[in-house]
Design a protein around this ligand. Structure first.
Ligand code: PMP
Length: 299
């Protein structure tokens, strides 16, 4: 996959540069120790032709909070970063964009905290991240990192080695994606997405604590409230999950994606007959700022 070409423009520390001409120092803490923080944001083309980032403020606020949690200095103005992001979306002529802000640290081979940080924002056209088929999920042999060993609510680069290992393992075993448990054996999340399941008309999802507090997860909760769908946050095991009527992953890159089976055990209902399908349509409507009528969906 080509993320950039010779004309691509990115944003680096206040400047707009060609991706092919920008470079970073090879002696940085971020590269060597994974001491960096990032975001993933999507922008959609609205009916009036303008590009609109979905929940831009929430994403940049989380970027800042992620940095604070692991003590990376954050001397950036989020309103300016949002303006800069719109500029690179426009300058690159993107009509559908995945945006990747990354805060990283300057040269320093010690394990002392950084006194300054830098910011990169790049964007590219990224289609459906997990595809649009029903996923075959596998319970990973990897757990999510111990919350006492890391600030797991920080979207830190180093944390993603865990995600890469889990995803790799699932794919090597012929599955589409992994499902990771927490240190106590409860279901946590996917390598890059939060999980919801449905049982007898109620939607369930793990509570904050052992998961990344996803912005899409918060949006799904909002949608459930708007549509009057009962929602419960609680811890559950894979045994309980396997008895579900249906399940889905959600995340900025993945959006809302159906899960067909877990460890080769299919869910009771076809995704098309679940609340997940309604939530998926409501999410699409939200990102495109369109009105959503549930009746029209169920008809
Ligand atoms: N969990 C993990 C581990 C993730 O990497 C992501 C993607 N950022 C999510 C959940 C979903 O978060 P969001 O909806 O904010 O993209």
């Amino acid at each position: 996959y080509s993320y950039y070409n010779e004309n691509t423009i990115l944003y680096l520390d206040g400047a707009y540069l060609k991706a092919s001409e920008a470079n970073i120092d090879l002696y940085g803490q971020s590269l060597h120790y994974g001491y960096a923080v990032f975001e993933g944001i999507r922008a959609y083309k609205l009916a009036d032709g303008t590009m609109k980032m979905f929940k831009a403020k929430e994403h940049f606020d989380r970027l800042k909070r992620s940095c604070e949690l692991i003590h990376i200095p954050y001397n950036f103005d989020n309103e300016e970063l949002i303006k800069a992001t719109y500029k690179i979306i426009e300058d690159n002529g993107l009509t559908e964009a995945y945006i990747r802000p990354l805060v990283f640290c300057p040269p320093n081979m010690t394990l002392k905290g950084a006194h300054e940080s830098r910011i990169l924002i790049c964007a590219w056209d990224w289609g459906a991240y997990l595809g649009d088929k029903q996923l075959r999920l596998m319970t990973s042999s990897y757990q999510r990192p111990n919350p006492k060993a890391f600030k797991i609510e920080s979207k830190s680069a180093g944390l993603y080695v865990n995600s890469i290992l889990a995803s790799q393992e699932a794919k090597e075993k012929g599955f589409d994606e992994a499902l990771l448990l927490d240190i106590n054996g409860f279901v946590a999340e996917g390598p890059g997405a939060n999980l919801f399941f449905e049982k007898e008309g109620t939607i369930y999802t793990p509570p904050p604590g052992n998961i990344l507090p996803g912005i899409t997860r918060a949006t799904v909760i909002e949608i459930c409230q708007e549509l009057g769908i009962p929602l419960v946050e609680k811890l559950f095991t894979t045994d309980e999950l396997k008895q579900a009527d249906g399940a889905f992953f959600c995340g900025t890159a993945a959006e809302i994606v159906a899960i067909g089976s877990l460890d080769d055990q299919p869910f009771a209902k076809p995704f098309a007959d679940t609340l997940g399908k309604v939530i998926q349509a409501a999410y699409k409507a939200k990102v495109f700022e369109k009105e959503f009528k549930r009746e029209a969906q169920l008809a």
